[in-house]
Design a protein around this ligand. Structure first.
Ligand code: R5P
Length: 301
């Protein structure tokens, strides 16, 4: 029997596309808030003995979206679902994957633990750190949007491009793009001063007179991209930048900051709804097919 898809409030547009890709209507559920802000959920579908798939990205408002997902999972369990799959295209808290000062929690581990209390399986896309799979005590299906994004960029590719990792965390990712697009790569050494402020220490690789393509797993405040573009410009790169990032959060003033820069295109996915009312050249590619194929794959855990 096909799984029943329930769509949380984080990304209704992707939810609609995923329901269509799965070939049916989403499961009926009520999600609302009490006057004091508590979330109230009712699963209106008879799902006894069936698999329930819960679509919810855990980006902003992050706390609300996480709790809403857990409440949906709890309701599905109490309605007798055979298996509960949390489908999390953008997995928030993944950047909190280790302790730096020794004073922090490990948010990614906590997320995995919370999800495992109510869900039997997690499906995620381009996690900030693939090692997060090891945090989860339930099977985690880690999908990649990289092939989709490579194909989206291929029509713009020129021999004058250089792929650039804007920080050490993106090095492996940029190498993967380099192999698939047959382009040279360069690396930036970034130092993060605060959650909103970063600075560039050095650039390794040939960037002069080249059109850089910055590759990262996500754009949040945009600070990483702004610092990278400024440093590359100073190093003689062309004022012709592209960005490829799996997740485009555009937190705070990110859109306003990025709009001022010579960015020709930002190629991303619809893992989070894109709020860019202004003139950002966003190309958002749907994840529905990738997710639907994974959810229907009988061989996956
Ligand atoms: C960090 O390691 C990530 O890969 C991204 O570089 C970072 O999260 C982007 O954040 P922001 O856009 O706020 O600089």
């Amino acid at each position: 029997m096909d799984p029943v898809l329930f769509i949380g409030r984080s990304n209704p547009e992707l939810g609609g596309k995923l329901a269509a890709a799965l070939g049916g209507e989403p499961g009926r559920c009520l999600i609302e808030e009490f006057a004091d802000g508590e979330i109230r959920v009712e699963v209106k579908e008879d799902i006894a003995g069936r698999e329930a798939c819960l679509l919810q990205s855990t980006g902003a408002p992050t706390g609300r979206n996480v709790l809403e997902l857990l409440l949906l999972a709890d309701a599905c369990r109490r309605r007798g679902a055979r298996r509960i799959t949390a489908v999390i295209p953008y997995f928030g808290y993944a950047r909190q994957d280790r302790r730096v000062s020794g004073e922090e929690p490990i948010g990614a581990r906590l997320m995995a633990d919370l999800l495992a209390t109510r869900c039997d399986r997690i499906v995620a896309v381009d996690l900030h750190n693939a090692a997060i799979e090891g945090f989860a005590s339930v099977p985690l299906v880690h999908l990649s949007a990289v092939p989709l994004l490579v194909e989206a960029f291929r029509k713009y590719r020129t021999s004058e491009n250089v792929l650039v990792a804007p920080d050490a965390g993106a090095v492996k990712l940029v190498q993967r793009y380099g192999e698939m697009l047959h382009l040279p790569v360069a690396y930036i050494e970034k130092v993060r001063k605060s959650d909103k402020e970063v600075s560039v220490q050095a650039i390794a690789g040939e960037v002069k007179d080249r059109a850089p393509v910055l590759v990262d797993d996500m754009i949040s405040t945009g600070g990483t991209m702004v610092a990278a573009i400024e440093a590359l410009t100073e190093a003689g790169a062309r004022a012709d930048f592209s960005i490829i990032a799996s997740h485009c959060l555009l937190a705070g003033r990110a859109a306003a900051k990025l709009e001022k820069l010579p960015i020709r295109r930002i190629i991303t996915t619809d893992s989070m709804p894109t709020r860019s009312p202004n003139g950002l050249p966003l190309e958002s590619h749907p994840l529905a097919r990738l997710l639907a194929d994974a959810l229907r794959d009988p061989v996956r855990p």
